[in-house]
Write a protein that binds this ligand. Structure first.
Ligand code: BGC
Length: 707
């Protein structure tokens, strides 16, 4: 009892301390929010500068320079613009394609937990703070353009880049990305929404042709782009893949029709690195800037000479670049001085993201947090002594890396025994086994849903020999846990935690932090259960590592999005397929009760707003955070619709015994579907059910309404 009281007090204090630290940070620092120049003023300014530019200068502007730069024109006072990756922190590169970049580098940059882990926090404020921190590090390194956030949807668990993105649900993605964009751009750094669009596999990524319809695009894959655009994102990067038969970076349909016309984007469009092939198509597609250098655009002069493109097309591209630079005031930048407290503050944000992003999937007999009777703690696994982060352009090295083993020893002292390959006897004689397994995901290839053989063997060995096995999963996406998950006592899904994530992990194991992460994905039992599982060309298997030669030789292949809007839980619910862990799932060391749902929709005719309110109460012994989720179900509809769709969520912090009334507002669009004929959202009158739950499966309250 006394222990519980101490626990409650300690937890409450640590949560209060974090938020007060962050608050006092922002109050002390009186952060100035960057004020962009208006579109109209920047547009005028761009016109006048464009009039002074020679044809060669214009052409040089629309081709990337030294891999990561927009060229400067000193005589017109136009500075070079440096860009860097990406969503989980600032990727420091010393060299790229033989170009020395060291003189542009920051001394260090913070490695944050990967973006899918940020999504697992369901914490909008944190998304803003995380991105603001990344943006500040860009400012400190004179980086004008952040090549992130990556906002592609989680369609298949095998995609090598899932760790860079925000999960399977378009609503959660959109909300998190909107805050992310605001956070980055509040610092005066450009946020680049990527990769536009339908880019959901890295298997021979320049050769996949996504066959997809417009309703699916608008309901599933475009919402985070739209949210980012509405939040003010100044850049969009087109994707490697083709959409309906044309490479995105040179597709008039993708850029002019969808991005510019349907989504109303007025900012800078840039290609992904080496992703376009036809200069004429590129120029006419609405694209602005080819990166990292002129490949498709190498024959621009010739195309102009032949009259295939006009100088007004190049003017349009160069003007878009100029306008964006003026909106962001790149021509009038003060150098900002940052000291080490910046990094200290950023590390605090990284730590809090890990605390709220780690997910307790299972906790039988409340083995976690570990109690004092667990004297002999055996630790084993590949990422105990080595910290792993997602690879490729998103990689961030970080500094002051906390290793899992060191953090465990700090907390549990000599109760910890670490063994690389314990034998069955050693496993059996421990009071508890902490077994860490995972995958090393990267851009450039996809990886199997199944764990690597040695990892699978290790976890099976542990759960077979010790019923008190706690499995810690280090990964960037869903992995196959069928076969051992039922035998594990507890499972913690830790993602890639960045430089300080292991501190948060050990706090959770020790009970100093109460876990609150919720899955932003569904974890299927078997890969074949999932939508799109047949995406590889017939007879082909996954490869590992950079495989560019083979990619070149590989023919274009079709990826049919035949599941349409039924992605993630929308798919499993429709097909009635049992999953291992549902979307939105995540346990806590305390218990929450839901009650008193009420809905007011009497003013819906007038203002299109439905107000849903309900109460969440902490009926357990520990302070904790709960993310209450709201799903809408349309009972009858003219088109097939998902059984449930997430349309609201709120994260609340509750002390034992405390309750809060949660209010979520819904608007007409939340009840609508995309009509490809009118090219607009369509609201259809009828009966809807509002489901409130602790996950997509664990629904606690329901109420029907007529609209
Ligand atoms: C990636 C982009 C990245 C770019 C520059 C490409 O390989 O797909 O996401 O921004 O490289 O590093």
């Amino acid at each position: 009892m006394l222990k519980d009281v101490i626990f409650v007090v300690a937890l409450s204090i640590s949560i209060i301390i974090f938020y007060s630290q962050i608050k006092s940070q922002s109050m002390n620092m009186k952060k100035e929010i960057f004020q962009p120049l208006s579109y109209e003023s920047a547009d005028k300014k761009a016109d006048s500068v464009l009039a002074l530019m020679t044809q060669d200068e214009k052409i040089a502007m629309v081709e990337g320079d030294r891999s990561f730069f927009i060229r400067s024109i000193p005589r017109l006072n136009l500075p070079e613009v440096y860009m860097t990756d990406a969503t989980q922190g600032v990727h420091l590169r010393e060299k790229f394609s033989g170009i020395d970049l060291t003189k542009y580098q920051l001394e260090k940059s913070t490695a944050f937990p990967c973006p899918i882990s940020l999504a697992a926090t369901w914490n909008l404020e944190l998304s803003y703070q995380y991105a603001e921190a990344v943006g500040e590090e860009c400012r400190a390194g004179s980086i004008g353009i952040l090549l992130g956030p990556g906002v592609n949807g989680y369609r298949i668990s095998q995609c090598g880049r899932n760790f860079e993105y925000f999960g399977e649900d378009p609503f959660l993605r959109a909300r998190m990305v909107g805050e992310y964009v605001k956070g980055v751009q509040s610092t005066g750094t450009i946020a680049t929404l990527k990769h536009f669009v339908a880019n959901n596999t890295d298997y021979y990524r320049r050769k996949s042709n996504s066959i997809i319809d417009e309703r699916t695009l608008h309901e599933i894959y475009l919402p985070p782009f739209k949210a980012g655009i509405d939040a003010g994102a100044q850049a969009v990067m087109t994707a490697y893949n083709l959409v309906n038969g044309e490479w995105c970076g040179q597709s008039e349909y993708v850029i002019n029709e969808i991005l510019r016309t349907q989504l109303g984007f007025r900012g800078l469009v840039i290609t992904d690195w080496w992703s376009v092939y036809d200069g004429e198509k590129l120029v006419k597609s609405g694209q602005d800037l080819e990166m990292p250098l002129a490949v498709a655009l190498k024959d621009v002069q010739k195309l102009l000479g032949e009259g295939k493109i006009k100088i007004k097309d190049i003017n349009r591209m160069a003007k878009s670049i100029l306008r964006t630079c003026f909106i962001m005031k790149f021509d009038d930048r003060k150098k900002i001085a940052f000291d080490n407290t910046m990094f200290e503050n950023h590390e605090l944000v990284a730590l809090q993201t890990a605390r709220e992003g780690i997910i307790l999937l299972k906790n039988e007999k409340n083995i976690l947090p570990l109690q004092d009777d667990k004297k002999k703690i055996l630790v084993t696994g590949d990422y105990v002594e080595k910290n792993v982060m997602g690879g490729g352009s998103a990689f961030v090295k970080g500094y002051n890396i906390r290793l899992m083993l060191d953090e465990l020893k700090k907390e549990f002292g000599n109760r910890i025994t670490y063994m690389k390959n314990p034998n069955p006897d050693q496993i059996q004689s421990a009071d508890v086994v902490l077994c860490n397994i995972g995958t090393e995901d990267s851009e450039g290839w996809d990886r199997p849903f199944e764990l690597p053989e040695n990892q699978e063997k290790k976890v099976e060995e542990c759960v077979k020999n010790n019923p008190n096995t706690v499995v810690i999963v280090t990964t960037g996406s869903g992995v196959r846990m069928t076969g051992w998950s039922d035998k594990a006592r507890a499972i913690l899904y830790a993602w890639y935690g960045g430089q300080i994530g292991n501190k948060a992990l050990v706090e959770i194991i020790a009970g100093k932090t109460n876990p609150s992460g919720k899955l932003p994905i569904t974890i299927e039992k078997e890969f074949k259960d999932s939508p799109g599982y047949r995406y590889l060309p017939e007879g082909e298997t996954l490869y590992h590592g950079w495989n560019e030669k083979q990619e070149k030789a590989h023919p274009v292949y079709d990826v049919r999005y035949s599941e349409g809007i039924f992605v993630g839980y929308r798919w499993y619910e429709k097909k009635n397929i049992e999953t291992l862990y549902p979307f939105g799932h995540g346990l806590s060391y305390t218990t929450f009760e839901y009650s008193d749902i009420s809905i007011s929709n009497d003013k819906f005719q007038e203002n299109g707003v439905v107000k849903v309110s309900f109460t969440v109460r902490n009926v357990g012994m520990k302070t904790g955070l709960e993310t209450a989720q709201l799903y809408i179900q349309d009972i009858e509809s003219a088109v097939p619709r998902p059984i449930k769709e997430l349309k609201g969520f709120k994260k609340v912090n509750l002390d034992p015994g405390q309750s809060k009334i949660v209010v979520i507002e819904l608007n007409k669009k939340d009840f609508s579907f995309w009509n490809p004929e009118t090219k607009d959202w369509f609201f259809e009158k009828g009966t809807f059910v509002i489901h409130i739950g602790s996950s997509s499966k664990d629904i606690r309250l329901e109420k029907q309404i007529e609209l």
